[in-house]
Design a protein around this ligand. Structure first.
Ligand code: MRU
Length: 410
């Protein structure tokens, strides 16, 4: 037990049998009950797992973008001249950067990897060297992300009093980064110092990143935590049971307005009402100095089915005759059972076991749904923005000055 027991989120790997490189990641759509590893051998495959939320969370998306370009470069790029390679790399980077619109880290990671390849070409590197260096850059970005999160953790821990009760929303944990986490990085670091006693975990509808991922991570790390539905945050604050709120971010504007998982804005307003400090924990790569304020942030709209129902993934431990029945059902491959108004419930045999994946409708067929994935918290509700270089504070009007702050790009 302990934070070091957590799995890594995403990494570069080379298949021992085929020798083919791939981007490996833990499939977060199926956690916590199924811990499957996915391997992507193409940039499009990485875009698909980004869209499906198999890999998610702003810093993890930044790393995923660089890894996507590296895997394209190794497995898909054709031709021998540097100029056409760079032209194609730029096209792939645009595709990767736009796989999801809100987290700026995605385009940051893609731009950084592209700029690096162009820079190496300007230095006279040949194609073989550029490709090898791009892979090394992507791998280095995984390591840098972890180091950055540990610094965010240390900077944030210093803000918390001994034995604090912290509330968090969504998952800004190790799973949302290459390793360690931003908001949960603060929690992990503060817990080691005795500054965090307990964490309130917002479930985070509709996709339940809090209930599925944050609760799981904190349990693995041995941090005492209590899961609540999103609509319970107000009452635990009213009861005096929250000393600080710490959440992550997907895009922070020059004035401090911050996009994060839908529901964050409501938590910030509640914290303000109850005079509870509300902190954002994020790397400099999440700051978008080009956006003056939150009005300009593009908010991703997602599939209505996330609201209409619920995905489930689990493992089946059959008893007695059930084994024969499941073997029969799955002998020709995954078995799909049709659910009325839903997606198929799929039983898959893998190794010696069986997994179950499906989606259950919990609403009437045809109901109208609105499903924005993020909201924007105005800067005046944010007590401080915790980064790897320190804590930014607002001026007396509640406005931040971040126009000249940005993450390293090459
Ligand atoms: O839709 P998701 O799961 O990618 O949303 C993630 C969040 O909103 C996180 O809070 C944010 O990316 C910060 S992760 C350190």
């Amino acid at each position: 037990m302990g934070v070091e027991a957590l799995p890594r989120t995403i990494w570069w790997d080379v298949d021992e049998v085929t020798g083919r490189p791939g981007v490996c990641l833990i499939d977060q759509t199926r956690l916590p009950l199924v811990g499957d590893i996915l391997s992507c051998a193409t940039a499009d495959a990485v875009c698909t797992v980004i869209k499906s939320l198999a890999v998610r969370g702003a810093p993890a998306l930044g790393v995923a973008a660089a890894l996507a370009l590296a895997v394209w470069s190794e497995n898909e790029s054709e031709g021998v001249d540097v100029d056409s390679y760079l032209d194609s790399l730029d096209e792939v980077a645009t595709r990767v950067a736009t796989a999801r619109p809100t987290a700026v880290n995605l385009s940051w990671g893609a731009k950084r990897a592209c700029a690096f390849a162009h820079h190496r070409a300007e230095q006279g590197a040949d194609l073989v060297a550029i490709k090898a260096d791009l892979v090394e850059l992507a791998k280095r970005m995984c390591e840098e992300d972890e180091a950055c999160n540990r610094r965010i953790g240390a900077n944030g821990a210093a803000l918390l009093d001994e034995g604090s009760n912290v509330l968090t929303h969504c998952n800004a944990g190790s799973l949302a980064t290459a390793f360690y986490g931003t908001a949960l990085g603060v929690v992990y670091s503060a817990f080691e110092q005795g500054r965090v006693a307990h964490v309130w975990v917002d479930e985070t509808r509709p996709v339940n990143q809090g209930g599925r991922l944050t609760a799981w991570e904190l349990g693995m790390a041995g941090v005492p935590a209590t899961l609540i539905c999103d609509d319970m945050a107000a009452s635990v604050m009213q009861a005096g049971a929250v000393d600080a709120v710490v959440v992550g971010a997907d895009r922070i504007c020059a004035n401090g307005d911050t996009a994060n998982k839908i529901g964050t804005y409501g938590v910030a307003v509640l914290a303000h009402e109850h005079r509870i400090p509300f902190y954002i924990a994020a790397p400099l790569s999440t700051i978008d100095p080009a956006l003056a304020s939150g009005d300009a942030i593009v908010i991703e709209r997602r599939d209505p089915r996330e609201v209409e129902g619920m995905s489930v993934s689990g493992t089946i431990t059959p008893q007695g005759d059930q084994v024969r029945a499941l073997d029969l059902l799955t002998e020709k491959g995954p078995c799909e059972l049709a659910l009325k108004g839903g997606q198929p419930l799929v039983i898959t045999r893998k190794g010696g076991g069986y997994t179950l994946d499906g989606w259950f409708r919990r609403t009437p067929i045809g109901v109208q749904v609105y499903n924005p994935a993020f909201d924007v918290t105005p800067s005046r509700y944010i007590s401080g923005i915790i980064t790897e270089v320190g804590v930014f504070r607002p001026d007396e009007r509640g406005v931040y000055s971040l126009a000249h702050v940005h993450g390293e790009r090459v």
